[in-house]
Ligand binder design. Structure first.
Ligand code: PEP
Ligand code: MN
Length: 688
């Protein structure tokens, strides 16, 4: 023991030196950003370059993968660094920074609004004196009375929607939006002492906090929810009362500040829960046109047919992309509505100013709330790509013959209409996480046949992610031929799959076997798979047509392409257009492989339907040594992606051991894939 201590101390010293080095490098990076900002000050170019940002992220993630560092960790760190450097450049251009401002917010100290206001100031190099107020109106009142320079108020939440009271203030009062900030809301349950959850009798929080954790609260049958004017205030009251049967919902920071013990972390119904805040001022603050901006306005349309459409056409016609549109009742005018609208643009830019003028005459009333540097921008999804793909060579000439001879309309089926290519000439493109499936993208879904343990799914998720997979697969309800075979881990398995997906940043796909599983699986998984055996389970298909989740529909063991497309029609006809078809092999007289992988189905389906089609060579062949060649062939045939079974120790797999790839085999498959030009774009082109 004593011999090890100097070693530990030495290692810790080494660690401290590395940490200091990291901070020094960040300082060095900021100096370079300063130099870039000075250069840009002279030029007309904007400060945000999404292509360049993407290249930076891809570059550092590739280095991370080479060095065996988690790519998602590196991505998270660099997203923050990039966002910091954009703010740094914006400050330069706008001449902000330094100085002290008085800021009003709603709530007690350590409320989410307090944290968001601090973040807003820090991003602008400002110091502030922050004052909490009981209500939104009082916070705005302090601003209008000249007692504050800014008010930072929440305007919408990604789970609960718009905060109407704040919109009402914006409508009524001479307030201007001069900035925005986002805050990830991470609710926890905290109490004066570490007590078992069943002992709790009352849970205090802001109504929004209670609403956002309603599913968790339902698991505490003895506890009554009690509304409080804010989350941090609820924590403060619970701490002051010192009653062990009381608890509050709020941020872990507020819990720590008021000396409470966190009983449970992450209790919100949805993990991705953000609030958007606006910084308000009594005067508008013009922003340099090179800074990416959003403009917010309130709009009342004329009493004419197509009035809203005409207003929106003004924006789209002038190249402004809308980021929010919400209708609210118009006070005192029953059944009339006003609209809250945000779009990307800056009123200081003549092009935007002209569009606003045009909008003024198209509408009955508009109030421009302000143009301000955009923070809450959606990250636009991009087509899935195979890492290291060579520049696309078009195999168009060889494929041209596929489609041109007979018009798809001439082959129209009696069994389906909506999934028919004739109903929608353009490919359907489906968003899965941050990638687009369909069209020109190529998306790889990989993972074990069944989720078996946290270690198994976690290790597989990390490996496939680091080797270019876009989606994690893992069955938890397994349709097995024998009732004595492993049936899957069920809901416990789902928790493990979702945790592995979260850790690696991969969306997850899992099989749904029964109608009653649909709501819960739809909440947790990103794609719902219908297995080959259920392709014609029409009740299940209809149910999946009612949820807003992509459905991966496998081809039935002995189904024709016509029957397969008709099955897809069941889903689409109910309203859900997000169907991904998956060729996984059919039964033939051939017994050398588990199934016969019908790759010709790919160009046929692409010709007859606009839906994306992927290929599962694992079930298609049943033997791991055949999987990679058929995966490469699938890409060449024009598939939009792959579904592949991978296992850390395939011989020990609890299901489909023979066809599961080892990690090395999966890496080799992905390397080989990069050498195959995708036929996807060419096939569509051949059909014109
Ligand atoms: C699976 O993907 O694990 C599966 C059961 O597939 P299929 O329905 O194609 O047999
Ligand atoms: Mn399987």
């Amino acid at each position: 023991m004593t011999e090890q201590q100097p070693d530990l101390a030495g290692l810790r010293q080494g660690l401290d030196e590395v940490d200091t080095g990291i901070v020094r490098l960040i300082a060095q990076r900021r100096e370079l950003i300063d130099a870039i900002a000075k250069l840009k000050e002279q030029g007309p170019s904007g400060i945000q370059d999404p292509d360049r940002e993407r290249r930076v992220l891809d570059g550092v993630m590739a280095v991370a993968t080479d060095l065996g560092v988690s790519a998602s960790l590196v991505r998270t760190i660099f997203r923050e660094l990039i966002s910091d450097s954009v703010a740094q450049q914006a400050r330069h251009l706008n001449g902000d920074g330094g100085g002290r401002v008085r800021v009003a917010f709603q709530g007690a100290a350590h409320a989410y609004s307090d944290a968001a206001a601090q973040k807003y100031l820090a991003g602008r190099g400002l110091a502030g004196d922050l004052t909490g107020h009981r209500t939104f109106r009082e916070a705005a009142g302090a601003l209008l009375a000249g007692d504050a320079d800014l008010a930072v108020l929440p305007i919408e939440n990604t789970t609960a929607g718009s905060i109407n009271e704040v919109y009402a203030l914006l409508r009524e009062q001479p307030l201007f939006i001069v900035g925005e900030e986002t805050w990830k809301v991470d609710h926890c349950l905290a109490a004066p002492q570490d007590v078992p959850l069943p002992r709790l009798s009352r849970i205090l929080s802001h109504p929004q906090g209670l609403e956002q954790c309603s599913q968790f609260l339902q698991t505490l049958p003895h506890a009554i929810p009690v509304t409080h004017f804010d989350t941090a205030g609820a924590m403060q009251s619970v701490a002051a009362a010192g009653d062990p049967s009381l608890a509050a919902i709020g941020s872990p920071e507020a819990a720590a500040a008021y000396g409470l013990v966190v009983l449970r972390h992450g209790i919100a119904d949805t993990e991705e829960n953000y609030t958007r805040f606006v910084a308000l001022s009594a005067q508008p603050a013009p922003v340099d046109v090179r800074i990416p901006c959003k403009t917010s306005l309130i709009l009342v349309t004329r009493h004419e047919e197509g009035a809203l459409l005409r207003c929106l056409e003004v924006l789209s016609g002038s190249g402004h992309s809308m980021t929010k549109l919400e209708s609210r009742p118009r006070p005192g005018r029953p059944w009339e509505y006003l609209f809250f609208l945000d779009f990307e643009g800056n009123a200081a830019d003549p092009r935007t100013a002209a569009a606003l003028d045009e909008l003024r005459s198209a509408a009955l009333f508009i109030k421009v709330l302000g143009s301000y540097p955009a923070k809450a921008l959606r990250h636009p999804p991009r087509p899935g790509e195979v890492p290291g793909s060579p520049p696309e060579e078009s195999p168009a000439e060889t494929l041209e013959a596929v489609a041109a001879d007979e018009a798809p309309a001439a082959r129209r089926s009696r069994h389906y209409r909506l999934v028919d290519r004739a109903a929608r000439p353009a490919d359907t493109v489906i968003r899965v996480g941050d990638v687009l499936l369909g069209g020109d993208g190529f998306v790889v879904m990989a993972g074990p046949c069944s989720v078996e343990s946290a270690g198994q799914i976690g290790a597989t998720a990390r490996f496939v992610r680091d080797h270019g997979a876009h989606v994690l697969r893992g069955g938890v309800f397994k349709p097995r031929t024998s009732p004595y075979a492993f049936q899957g881990l069920g809901w416990d398995g789902l928790d493990l799959l979702v945790a592995a997906g979260r850790e690696t940043g991969l969306p997850v796909v899992t099989e749904v076997m029964a109608v009653d599983q649909v709501p819960r699986l739809a909440r947790a998984a990103d794609i719902l798979q219908v297995g080959a055996r259920n392709m014609q389970n029409f009740d299940l298909l209809r149910e999946l047509g009612k949820v807003d989740r992509p459905v991966l529909l496998k081809r039935g063991l002995s189904s024709t392409i016509e029957e397969w497309l008709a099955a897809a029609e069941y889903v689409v006809a109910q309203g859900n257009q997000q169907v991904i078809l998956c060729e996984r092999g059919i039964r033939t007289f051939e017994s050398a492989t588990r199934n016969t992988l019908d790759l010709s189905a790919v160009p046929v389906v692409r010709e007859r339907s606009h839906l994306p089609v992927i290929v599962d060579p694992s079930h298609g062949t049943g033997q791991r040594r055949y999987v990679a060649p058929m995966a490469w062939a699938a890409r060449a045939a024009g598939a939009h992606g792959l579904l592949i079974e991978v296992h850390p120790d395939p011989d020990q797999a609890l299901s489909d051991a023979d066809q599961s790839l080892t990690f090395e085999q999966f890496a080799a498959l992905m390397r080989g894939l990069a050498a195959i030009p995708a036929a996807a774009g060419a096939l569509a082109a051949g059909q014109q």
